[in-house]
Design a protein around this ligand. Sequence first.
Ligand code: BES
Ligand code: MN
Ligand code: ZN
Length: 494
Amino acid sequence: MALTFALRNGDAAEIDAPLLGVLLQSGTELPGQLRTLDERLGGALSRALQRGDFRGAKDETLHFDGGESDAERVLLIGLGTPAADAPAASLRRGAALLARQGHRMGAGSLAAVAPGIDEDSIESIAVGLAMGAWEYIDLKTPPPEAERKKPLTRAIIVANDSKAAKDALSRGEAIAAGYEVSRRLAQMPGNLCTPDHLAKTATDIGRRHKLKVTVLGRREMERQKMGSFLCVAQGTDQDPKLVTMEYRKGKRSAAPIVLVGKGLCFDTGGISIKPADRMELMKFDMCGAAGVLGAMEAIARLKLKVNVVGMFGATTNMPSGTAVKPGDVVISHLGKSIEIINTDAEGRLVLADVLSYARRFKPAAVIDAATLTGACVIALGHVATGVLGSDQGLIDEVLTAAKRAAEPGWQLPLWDDYKDLIKSDVADIKNTGGRAGGTITAAMFLKEFAEEYPWVHLDIAGTAYSETDLVAIPRGPTGVPTGTFVEFVRGRAG
Ligand code: BES
Ligand code: MN
Ligand code: ZN
């Protein structure tokens, strides 16, 4: 159930919520806002701070019974020392931690206080709370009534409800709604989140926000001679989809930003089949597409004055009697011939044709996001998204947006020296370059199809989902790259 938000002005001691979360930076003294609350708790808060039981370190928590105060429980949450260039990230993390705790204890509703709160903080707290409260329970039988915990449905942010604060809250809600779309799609199993379902989600978003949505299926893509995309889809009867969503709220003449996502609803590897161990995680191979859909939802809700085209290629990579084989050569939409060395390097084949198709929009910039290479997980772990591109100015802009969104990225080189690795004996290019520099050779491959506009590629293989529970969010989809897309577009909006 989605979280509903309200702003309430007042003293922390008067907030009658089952759970009151207090977000505190490293080394803060008891803020004036909490003095009455502290008195009602018999000085418990100030004593805990004085003794150093709670120091406000990142992810630190300390729980109090609400005693005589209006809140049933009080939870102090540490923010650490926020990064100067990305202050929102720590608030968001703290708020997510609060919502997660509230959700676990079955609080039903909660309130959040942060000393020195400004409008940007309200936005970040709202996003964080929604992130922490999120879950995907559609496919579980609910536990018997007696064992059921109250779901977290309401959150109050303690702040002056001025017009600016209300606007900030709606911005937070818009971004949260975007994350909700992408995480839900990502967590859905491959038999439910099909290319058809992704296309339907796009048309649904389009209908709600009046976007022009175009869906190409196998026949249309055959007409467009998309031999690269189609060779991945030829192993399945499911109709592949190339989806385009046009949001035009900028100047008529302004070239659009194009966001592109890899939408592999499941990646078995195809004939070059993957090992069984943890193969189920390959339902997440559509997180790039999910990020595009979530970003389009958020951008439309934010009513940003900008032109954006969201695109994704959706299919499933299956071994079958009709599947593409190693050694096969296909002709891409752009006309370049591609030798298939490994059918598991399918994402780049899909993206090649989507990136060439994007030329028709005469983009100001193209950013693609893809769970593209296992090598990226080895290089950067689960912390940073791999960022590569053809235009340093655009790369810097994307890195800044990623940081603002608390989805940090790290640049890898994309030098021509790597091009030799994807030379083919029989075709213009081959689809893999061996184990060395796997993330870079994958991006080098994409670059061949993205030469007509400034372009950046995000390898989100390590960051789009987590196999382990994280502090602020449970294991599963993280929502990456939704926030990066939104922040980038917001940075360009007039
Ligand atoms: N979807 C995978 C990449 C991936 C791996 C994402 C692990 C998340 C976690 C991609 O399609 C793939 O299989 N890439 C291959 C490329 C190789 C065959 C050159 C890989 O990384 O092993
Ligand atoms: Mn693959
Ligand atoms: Zn894949």
